[in-house]
Design a protein around this ligand. Sequence first.
Ligand SMILES: NC(=O)c1ccc[n+]([C@@H]2O[C@H](COP(=O)([O-])OP(=O)(O)OC[C@H]3O[C@@H](n4cnc5c(N)ncnc54)[C@H](OP(=O)(O)O)[C@@H]3O)[C@@H](O)[C@H]2O)c1
Length: 250
Amino acid sequence: MKTAIITGASSGLGEAFVRQIGSLFPEIEEYWLIARRAEKLGALTVDGVKLRVLPLDLTSEDYLPALQEHLARSAPAVSLLINCAGCGYLGNFHESELSEQFRMLDLNIRALSAVTHAVLPFMPDGGKIINISSIASFVPNVRMTVYSATKAYVSFFSRGLHEELKPRRISVTAVCPGPMATEFIQKGRIKGHSRTFDVLPYCDPEKVVKGALRAAKKGRAVYTPHPFYKFYRVISKLIPQAILLHAAKT
Ligand SMILES: NC(=O)c1ccc[n+]([C@@H]2O[C@H](COP(=O)([O-])OP(=O)(O)OC[C@H]3O[C@@H](n4cnc5c(N)ncnc54)[C@H](OP(=O)(O)O)[C@@H]3O)[C@@H](O)[C@H]2O)c1
């Protein structure tokens, strides 16, 4: 059965993906929804699409064998994988809880890589992968140092994999949004504690998702929403990081 797998489907960008996938990928018959909050996933409905709720903690020991078992048992044709689950915390590294820093590594890097690795054998040629990165991947963000490093990984990983998978015509699109008014902002203790986040233009999650799905459909390697951040991406390649670091301080 033609299937989409979406991590982080219980809120924010992931939930918006669930609502919008059908507009560009109407042939997909089933969505597998992954996040911890089963009740939020269970409340989602999409006309004409079967939804399978997989309440998994992607930072736990046991999510990977569980996902592998679901895949082996159902043998879906995963034509679309969206790695959206992610977290980010504001604060100086040396003053933070190490467990929180490790959560970013486990979710944003390890889980994204492991889910992709588990799913790829079930992805037919021509499949699409969307990995949610961030503008934080362009320049190190002081006070969100580990977060921006994890997103640099996501962008590099996506770019490399996009090339590796060309013989199978599988595209990997790194999506690099700026700030969005989702739970991420509260959970990361960002609102009211970062002047940069207070002044930067916010991206509309619905528009980000629409653009990301279009970019994936076209097989693009990178998609940066919003003209301001498209410009930022270009200057981040032209101006030395030592200068941009000050502007990118969160
Ligand atoms: N919002 C922004 O300003 C912003 C900017 C750039 C990039 N991003 C990126 O956008 C992506 C989506 O974030 P969002 O803005 O939509 O924030 P969000 O509303 O907080 O969504 C995060 C999603 O990840 C899931 N998640 C968190 N921890 C998990 C775990 N241990 N296991 C499984 N799922 C987990 C959450 O579900 P449960 O809590 O139910 O597990 C939720 O569905 C992230 O990768 C984030 O880094 C966000």
